[in-house]
Design a binder for this molecule. Structure first.
Ligand SMILES: [Zn+2]
Length: 72
């Protein structure tokens, strides 16, 4: 079952809720705000270093190869 991560813009709380339907209405459990934002699954990790995500198997930004061996 899909568990989505939500962020409440009012109280800045982050919470995870099991959502049965994609259009299910979700309220913030802290302040009952109805305008919570659904975070993309796997997009943000609270335990991360805060740096931008870098794909480990991609080359530099200017080439589409999987490694920079052929472009430098
Ligand atoms: Zn809230």
């Amino acid at each position: 079952m899909p568990i989505y991560e939500f962020h409440c813009p009012r109280c800045q709380d982050e919470f995870e809720i099991l959502v049965m339907r994609s259009d299910e209405k979700v309220n913030c459990p802290e302040c009952d705000c109805k305008k919570v934002e659904r975070l993309m699954s796997g997009f943000a990790h609270k335990s991360g270093s805060g740096g931008k995500m870098v794909s480990s198997n991609s080359g530099c930004a200017s080439c589409s190869a999987t490694s920079c061996a052929s472009c430098h």
